[in-house]
Design a protein around this ligand. Structure first.
Ligand code: NI
Length: 180
C-alpha cells in the first residue's frame, strides 16, 4: 500500500470533474487503500482520488479523534441526496492547499448515497465534522475547492499566494524560462 504524491494548487488537474466508477473491483479497492495510507501519512481526515491524480469518484474519510482507533470510511460515486437548511461554519483546510485555513459555511447535515468498499449501495446521514468533510470531498470530485466558497477577495488572495509559491519552486529548480 504505497503512499502516493498529493497534487497541490495550482495544478490544473484539481479542476477536473472526476468520472463515476463503473464497478467496485480490486483495482478500485487498491486505489482506496493507497488513498487511505496517503491520507494517514499526510495526515488528513479526508482525501478525494483526484488529489492523487486519479480523476475517479472515490473518497476516503476518517474523522476519528486522535486517541480513538482508526475508523476509515470509503465512498464510491457519493451523491448528496438531502442537505439541511441549517448551516454550520467550520475552519477548513485541504491537503492540496497546504498551510491555508479559512472558515467555510455549509449545510450542517447532509444525507449521502454511495457505494461502499464491496460495491453495496448505502445511504447515511452525517453531521458535524463528517458532514463538512464529505461535502468538501464531493466538491473535489466536481473540481471545486474550498476556497471557491470564500469571498472573492479572499479567494483571489489565496490563488495568488499559491501561484507565487509554484513560480518560486520552478525557479529554484532552474526550470524557469528566464534562465534558459
Ligand atoms: Ni481538500
Amino acid at each position: 500500500m504505497p503512499v502516493r504524491p498529493i497534487i497541490c494548487m495550482p495544478d490544473p488537474r484539481l479542476r477536473l470533474v472526476s468520472k463515476p466508477v463503473a464497478k467496485v473491483d480490486d483495482s478500485v479497492r487498491a486505489l482506496m487503500d493507497d488513498m487511505l495510507e496517503t491520507m494517514y501519512d499526510a495526515p488528513g481526515v479526508g482525501l478525494a482520488a483526484i488529489q492523487v491524480a486519479e480523476a475517479t469518484r472515490v473518497v476516503v474519510i476518517d474523522t476519528a479523534k486522535k486517541d480513538d482507533p482508526p475508523a476509515p470510511m470509503f465512498f464510491v460515486n457519493p451523491e448528496i441526496t438531502w442537505a439541511s437548511t441549517e448551516k454550520n461554519v467550520h475552519e477548513e483546510g485541504c491537503l492540496s492547499i497546504p498551510d491555508y485555513y479559512e472558515e467555510v459555511e455549509r449545510p450542517a447535515k447532509v444525507r449521502v448515497k454511495f457505494l461502499d468498499r464491496e460495491g453495496a449501495e448505502k445511504e447515511i446521514e452525517a453531521d458535524g465534522l463528517l458532514a463538512t468533510c464529505i461535502q468538501h470531498e464531493i466538491d473535489h470530485l466536481n473540481g471545486v475547492l474550498f476556497i471557491d466558497h470564500l469571498s472573492r477577495l479572499k479567494r483571489e488572495r489565496a490563488i495568488k499566494k499559491f501561484a507565487k509559491a509554484a513560480r518560486r519552486a520552478t525557479e529554484d529548480r532552474g526550470e524557469g524560462p528566464e534562465k534558459a
